[in-house]
Design a protein around this ligand. Structure first.
Ligand code: ADE
Length: 269
């Protein structure tokens, strides 16, 4: 522990930034996103700049990209898995999400990870298009290993870092997130999603959580609903139709989270 310097002014005379600069204040935030379309509103909002190749923290040959900048008391790094080298589309899904998260956390040592993106929502669990959720739990729904203990390992359910003040003060919906490598949902996935008690489904969250836990780095999952999985519209169509408008909401939500955490400690969240 440490003690206050003897000459410290009383708290009422300290400027706000004195508290912000104190021990344990959050200063480095890593934002992990899968799609460029999802990330660009944030890149523009905070004037983040792409790290030049000579400053790359990633291996040569990786398509992973990093943008950085600052906002209030925070240094922000926003990373993405980038475009697939062969197909030219965003490298969505768990494999690239876990890799880019691993490399980023190892190099940047963030105080907090924010995995932000879009998700499918279940109206039966209270989700509507445009809702923004903070996930209380994450799990996988496409890792079926029907052998004792391997089965629960496969599901990989874990509670996320609890941020009750973010939920309360910023009025997010809370729900469980289920992750898999498919945009659609086959009957077996559906069964697992129900068993995971999920309100939203994405393609990265549980993979990011797995890496965050390796490093014991707190991670929060901010997910905006683009499509209703248990609705009557075809998912790809509904997803693409709502992507731009929902991504704008996601930017507003992540900005509110960043405003909230600036000057705070992990224990304040
Ligand atoms: N991201 C947005 N919508 C999704 C869905 N229905 N499933 C998985 N990931 C998604």
């Amino acid at each position: 522990g440490f003690s206050l310097p003897a000459m410290a002014p009383p708290p009422s005379e300290q400027p706000d930034s004195a508290a912000a600069a104190g021990a344990g204040a959050i200063s480095r935030v890593l934002i992990v996103m899968a799609m460029e379309t999802e990330a660009m509103p944030l890149v523009n909002r905070f004037n983040l700049v792409e790290a030049p190749a000579r400053e790359s923290i990633f291996p040569k040959g990786a398509s992973w990209t990093r943008y950085y900048g600052s906002h209030k008391d925070l240094h922000i790094d926003l990373v993405m898995p980038g475009k697939d080298a062969v197909f030219g589309v965003d490298s969505v899904g768990t494999v690239s999400a876990s890799l880019v998260t691993y490399a980023s956390v190892e190099a940047l040592k963030p105080d907090l990870i924010i995995n932000a993106g879009t998700a499918g929502g279940f109206k039966a669990k209270g989700a509507s298009v445009g809702d923004v959720f903070v996930a209380s739990d994450v799990a996988f729904h496409d890792r079926r290993i029907p052998i004792p203990v391997f089965d629960t390992y496969g599901v990989g359910a874990r509670k996320t870092f609890a941020a009750p003040n973010i939920l309360k003060e910023l009025n997010f919906k809370a729900g469980k997130l289920s992750t898999g490598d498919s945009l659609d949902m086959c009957p077996q996935d559906e069964e697992m999603i129900v068993s995971n008690d999920a309100t939203i489904k994405d393609m990265e969250g549980a993979a990011v959580a797995y890496v965050a836990d390796i490093f014991s780095t707190p991670a929060i999952f901010v997910k905006a609903v683009t499509d209703i999985v248990d609705g009557d519209k075809p998912t790809p169509e509904e997803f693409l139709n709502n992507l731009i408008s929902v991504t704008a909401r996601l930017e507003v939500s992540v900005t509110r989270v960043l405003d909230f955490i600036s000057g705070k400690r992990i224990s304040d969240l």
